[in-house]
Design a protein around this ligand. Structure first.
Ligand code: BES
Ligand code: MN
Ligand code: ZN
Length: 499
């Protein structure tokens, strides 16, 4: 692996600073947040005073509104020791939540990072809670990193130094860890498939585990075979890159009790579709098919770095789905690790086959609950669009907890039903189940129904992130590519479970 790891790269450069007179702050850029119509409130009012009414004049002329994610760069602001003042809109004050703070700060950082900056000062908005400040710090860290890994001419340059004026050291430290976690997931998703394959992903996971004090176990193809992971091995057989299973353990609560939470991720490092080959357009972005695995590695690393008092395992099933001479075939019947037999009707429905074994391994560890994340179905994108993840569960309270955490973080999710009628659709004539439903309708649900077969009676929620995991186009607050979706939600979930 030639490219640098993202985890912890920003930690040394992001600092808390005490509230200070604005005309004493030395920085290339000062970022100030402003609510809609809020030129006379909070830090905007202070900046307005310090600049001799600059913001009021712009508000009066309609050039500055404070609408959500509006950015107004003001060059050479009067009386300030900064080359630029950037005013970022927060929208209506009563609607400002944790997600708004994250995205507003990310929007600002993304614009400012378009050129190299030695020092950028963010003014913590006075009405923010510490939790909101923490999200803003995290947002700024994601905003200043793009998808430039392989570009000579960078579109974003991380700031030499970031100052969070008037923000507590703890909020800055926690926000930095969180932002680094999101960036780790984005980084892994953005790596091209010939650089990130099962073995190299597993190496990255081992490095991250070492940095964050997690135990790591990596099962190679021989161990997978001994463990009976025939479903994972079947999917991997078409590739020259052998599969890997990554098992991470973090014991923040101490004791040798079963995990409070198990995180399971789909790690298909490239999905060609296998013999049920994808058309070129559909295949182009399939390096993102390990996003669930990246999310779970990043979430576990973040939880461990934050030292949350929870016992956690994360399991990532890594395979490359290819068409090599040994590739698994349509009509094959695979006996999964659990003993359930699976008839293969479509080799492009590989994620559920991989997860069958990973879920069974995790089930054997006896966790209190399982959450999995997977770029599992195009059908989920058809149902909910690109920005919304699908939720599926066998346990409503757990699903509600995931949905509440996601709502708090501003990461849109929507639950889809798991009516028993759908079970009919995955029945097979020759095996216990088949790996697709009847036709394409309700494909996200039949996929979830398939997974449900492998979790037994353990409370479980499946999150289909096929839509939000990867963005082909940028948004105001994030460049295109991997989005790191769900990392903040899962960290919040772990935080709440450990209280
Ligand atoms: N990795 C894909 C799902 C996907 C689609 C992720 C679009 C991200 C964006 C998955 O392995 C897949 O190919 N699913 C098939 C299932 C079908 C063959 C039953 C699909 O959704 O078409
Ligand atoms: Mn597929
Ligand atoms: Zn896939």
């Amino acid at each position: 692996m030639t490219r640098e790891m993202m985890l912890g790269t920003q930690a040394a450069t992001v600092k808390a600073a005490p509230a200070a007179a604005l005309d004493t702050i030395v920085a290339d850029v000062i970022v100030v947040f402003m609510t809609e119509g809020g030129v006379a409130a909070g830090m905007a009012a202070e900046v307005d005073r310090a600049t001799g009414g600059l913001l009021t004049r712009l508000a009066d002329s309609g050039d500055l509104t404070g609408k959500r994610y509006e950015t107004v760069p003001l060059l050479a602001p009067p009386h300030l020791k900064a080359g630029q003042l950037l005013v970022v809109g927060l929208g209506k004050r009563e609607e400002v939540d944790l997600g708004t703070c994250f995205r507003a700060a990310a929007t600002a950082a993304r614009i400012v990072a378009a050129r190299p900056r030695a020092k950028v000062a963010f003014l913590r908005e006075s009405f923010w809670s510490d939790a909101q400040a923490e999200q803003a710090v995290a947002g700024a860290i994601t905003g200043m990193v793009g998808q430039d890994l392989y570009r000579a001419e960078k579109k974003r340059t991380p700031f030499g130094e970031t100052l969070w004026i008037g923000t507590s050291t703890e909020a800055v430290a926690r926000g930095t860890i969180l932002g680094d976690g999101v960036n780790l997931a984005r980084y892994l998703v953005n790596l091209p498939p010939d650089d990130l394959y099962p073995e190299s992903f597993a190496e990255q996971a081992a490095t991250v585990a070492g940095q964050t004090g997690m135990e790591v176990e990596i099962w190679d193809e021989h161990r997978l075979s001994r463990e009976g992971c025939r479903a994972m091995l079947a999917v991997g057989r078409g590739s020259v890159r052998p599969p890997r299973l990554v098992l991470l353990t973090y014991r923040g609560r101490g004791g040798d009790t079963p995990p409070d939470l198990a995180l399971v991720g789909k790690g298909v490092t490239f999905d060609s579709g296998g013999l049920s080959l994808k058309p070129s357009e559909g295949m182009l972005t399939m390096k993102c098919d390990m996003a669930g695995g990246a999310t779970m590695l990043a979430a576990a690393a973040t939880i461990a770095t934050l030292k949350l008092p929870i016992n956690l395992v994360a399991a990532i099933g890594l395979v490359e789905n290819m068409t090599g001479p040994a590739a698994y075939k349509l009509g094959d019947v695979i006996t999964a690790r659990s003993g359930t037999t699976i008839e293969i009707h479509n080799t492009d429905a590989e994620g559920r086959v991989v997860l069958a074994d990973v879920l069974d391994v995790v089930r054997g560890l006896g966790p209190q609950r399982i959450v999995d994340a997977a770029t599992l179905t195009g059908a989920c994108v058809v149902a909910l669009g690109l920005d919304v993840a699908g939720l599926f569960t066998n346990d409503q309270p757990l699903c509600d907890a995931v949905a509440d955490a996601a709502r708090a973080m501003g990461e849109p999710v929507w639950q889809l039903p798991m009516f028993p009628e759908y079970d009919e659709q995955i029945k097979s004539e020759v095996a216990d189940i088949k790996n697709v439903g009847e036709g394409r309708w309700g494909g996200a649900i039949t996929a979830a129904k398939f997974l449900e077969r492998f979790v037994g009676s353990i409370p479980w929620t499946h999150v289909d992130i096929a839509g939000p995991a990867f963005a082909e186009k940028p948004k105001p607050w994030i460049d295109g590519g991997g989005t790191g979706t769900l990392v903040r939600t899962l960290v919040t979930l772990a935080q709440r479970l450990s209280q």
